[in-house]
Design a protein around this ligand. Structure first.
Ligand code: GN1
Ligand code: MG
Length: 386
């Protein structure tokens, strides 16, 4: 154990009513933004088997300029969630109150929060069983449904224009012009992709600006690994990573999940021949998500779900590429050119989605138009996995 980290975690823990002393910790490596630690406390030195497990997280304030607003959003939706009459069959992560009663603290100038480790839980990076992905789709659909009555004006837009894809592409073109590290010459082909698909990528923002799509409370980071499941039964336990819960479009949550979980390869795959849309995964996710949300979504939202997947994939590709050109300031990298690899992978995936777009739309339509019996069956199947 590194003593500096240990001391820091200790100082954080002193702000909470946590008993015992730190027995060990490990760092999670999968997030691109925050620093996350699993921390184990032995409760009583006389009975070594007794311990409590927590997750400590330092919020990245380069990305989240006002962490207290992030935590405000989380507090508000958690309160609402806990008062729901019809409890959703999947939970959301709850942060502990500090000694001063807030769901976060400041330590050494950084904002931290702590939650109990969810026992026997696991989160997956890749989809082993598409049926479990259906269950994940159900969880994210239920998330939106459960929060559909939440007074949206209570939420801050913690990262302004987070999914304003038109602006994301404009920002990319600006950094291309600035070219602070001379990296642009190596990515001309990639840049032309964004020029070509600029208007396609802007379509949802334009529809939103014309008032054709309602704002919802959205999760905005619906990666498969943001769902905790029971290690043994794959039962849904809870939705995590509530940092970007904000007003948004329903299609972004659908689309981002598809982007991550229905890729035939990982997010940063360098062998682009392995990258593409996994249609079986897409179908299963669609079934789960739509079965949980179809009753409250508008026809226009349902009709544009597949577009959400295309748009969000192009958008993330542009964000990775912009960060590469800008010197990797936003997304944590684990190797040189990592953000470029990520961007190329997302571009390849978006190209594949564009080619198969009609089929993607057909599938969504088939699922939401399915006669009640068939629809109920798909819902039941999703529930069997609980
Ligand atoms: C970031 O850190 P992580 O993995 O939870 C990013 C998302 C991206 C994602 C890509 C606040 O999320 O928007 O989709 O990486 N979060 C933020 O893997 O920008
Ligand atoms: Mg996140």
């Amino acid at each position: 154990m590194d003593t500096k980290t240990l001391e820091m975690l200790k100082r954080v823990s002193e702000n909470y009513d946590i008993k015992g002393s730190i027995e060990g910790y490990s760092k999670y490596l999968n997030g691109h933004i925050n620093d996350t630690y699993y921390v184990k406390f032995s409760v009583d030195s006389n009975s070594p088997g007794k311990y409590r497990e927590y997750v400590f997280q330092r919020i990245n304030d380069y990305v989240f300029k006002e962490p207290s607003k992030v935590m405000h959003n989380i507090k508000e939706i958690t309160r609402y969630w806990n008062l729901l009459e019809n409890k959703p069959d999947c939970d959301i992560i709850t942060f502990l109150d500090s000694k001063s009663g807030e769901n976060y603290i400041y330590c050494d100038g950084s904002c931290w929060r702590v939650c109990s480790y969810v026992e026997n839980s696991v989160s997956y990076e890749t989809v082993e069983d598409p049926k479990v992905l259906r269950s994940a789709g159900y969880a994210f659909g239920r998330f939106q449904y459960a929060l559909s009555g939440f007074p949206i004006e209570k939420l801050y837009e913690t990262i302004p224009n987070f999914h304003n894809t038109r602006k994301r592409l404009d920002d990319l073109f600006k950094v291309v012009t600035a070219d602070p590290l001379g990296r642009v010459k190596g990515v001309m082909k990639e840049i032309s992709f964004f020029e070509r698909y600029y208007s396609l990528a802007s379509r949802l923002v334009d529809m939103q600006n014309r008032g054709e799509l309602p704002l919802r409370v959205t999760h905005n980071d619906t990666k498969y690994n943001n769902i905790l499941m029971d290690k043994d039964t794959c039962e849904l336990l809870c939705v995590i990573d509530l940092d970007t819960v904000m007003p948004g479009l329903s299609m972004y949550d659908f689309g981002d999940a598809v982007r991550f979980a229905a890729n035939t390869a990982v997010e940063d795959e360098t062998d682009l021949s392995r990258v593409g849309l996994n249609m079986e995964n897409y179908i299963e996710f669609t079934r789960g998500f739509i079965s949980a949300s179809k009753d409250f979504l508008t026809k226009n939202e349902l009709e544009n779900m597949a577009l959400g997947a295309v748009v969000i994939t192009i958008e993330l590709a542009s964000r990775f590429l912009a960060d590469h050109i800008n010197g990797d300031k936003y997304f944590r990298i684990h190797r040189p050119n990592h953000n470029l690899d990520r961007a190329r992978c997302q571009i390849r995936l978006a190209q594949d989605m564009i080619e198969r777009y009609d089929e993607m739309c057909e599938i969504v339509r088939d699922v939401y138009m399915a006669p009640a019996k068939k629809y109920r069956k798909s819902l039941e199947l999703a529930k069997v996995l609980y």
